[in-house]
Write a protein that binds this ligand. Sequence first.
Ligand SMILES: Cc1cc2nc3c(=O)[nH]c(=O)nc-3n(C[C@H](O)[C@H](O)[C@H](O)COP(=O)(O)O)c2cc1C
Length: 439
Amino acid sequence: MTRQLHLNLFIHGRGHHEAAWRHPAASPLALTDIRYYTDLACRAEAGCFDSVFLADTLAAGDDVARAPRTWLEPVTTLAALAAATTRIGLIATCSTTYTEPFNLARQFASLDHMSGGRVGWNIVTTWLATASGNYGGDGPLSHAERYERAEEYMRVVTGLWDSWSDDAVLDDRRDGQYARPGSIRAIDHAGPHYQVTGPLNVPRGPQGRPVFVQAGSSDTGRRFAARHAEAVFTAQMEKATAKEFYTDLKALAADEGRAQEHVLILPGLSPVIGSTDAEAERLARELNELSDPEVGRKRLSGRFGGHDFSHLPLDAPLSPKDFPDPATVQAARSRTEVIIGLVRREKPTLRQLLGYMAGARGHFVTAGTPEQIADLIEDWFRDGAADGFNVMPPVLPAMLEIFVAEVVPLLQRRGLFRNEYGGMTLRDHYGLPRPNVRF
Ligand SMILES: Cc1cc2nc3c(=O)[nH]c(=O)nc-3n(C[C@H](O)[C@H](O)[C@H](O)COP(=O)(O)O)c2cc1C
């Protein structure tokens, strides 16, 4: 079979454009209404998407009065989505910095059972500095410390998921034997950051472990992804940098002794789709007109770990000197590199930069007809820039509806995307092996 494209739906607010929540094409449902999320997951499933994904932040954000986000907590939301769908993969974000590994391993093992093997974990170390204020710590950990802890964290949770062998559960009612003797073992982990005895108190899930998803793009983030990630989300503003990222990460994965096809790279794509160019451009214009530059300024500040941009005029061209050096930023370092790269190349005004960031926070934004969007997807896919896409509709559900109705059939007709699900688990959809454990 020819290589197949993978599509993930990234659910965020009422769409990825910062002003989507106010646009008439956005859902009338509240962002706290579970029907909003189940409706989106069902639409994506009807379009044979591999998965849906929920991001997470661990603090409210000081622009909250003028900018709502996704509010429901992802792990609990996935439980509802597991019950409302049958085939689509379900990916939730959970933080290695602020979650006890035993809790996380237990929740994801439970979700894997509840969904019949469809769960994925977006491994984040939490870049948002204000999150630390909600967890009683001494302030945010540095970028290096977060990734260092995350390495140990991976050893603990993997040990916990592997603490039951595949054939551990007998559930033999007649002989009174629930589990095979010797098939469940302690992990006795004693490291610098975690001490965990184990075993996990949930039997091994259908996938063995959740699919590991990761989205760090800094040098440290890439090396972490190369070691652990099975799918990688990434924000790229143009095809050239997406290709560079793709080539680099696949090479790093090979250096780790991993098969390159088991590390899928899914750049973000936020398509404004219209039946004509003019219609797509009108929608893009309407969204930009609804944007609030002061919300954008606060978000930019958050990306740079709280750096103050309040003195910068909106309409003067920016220079890289207006930004702190990315190497000193303890927050989302790779995104700061993307932003400064754009400033260096295009010298936008702050208003123009904020307008671009409003589209999808530094991911690739494009406007076009279904045919043009399908061409772009095919081009990136065939030309070594992507194994698929993290689809980030600017307005939900309207732009997802068009994507499923008009773009997906074009990709199917070109033989690039499935017409129906071939398997039951997220590992099946992504073509990933199941880690087997026997002892
Ligand atoms: C598509 C995408 C989704 C992300 N979702 C989250 C998230 O939900 N929570 C979070 O703390 N970070 C999230 N991140 C941020 C990454 O985990 C990472 O911190 C960021 O890309 C910076 O990586 P770096 O520190 O290696 O540069 C996301 C990044 C991308 C590209």
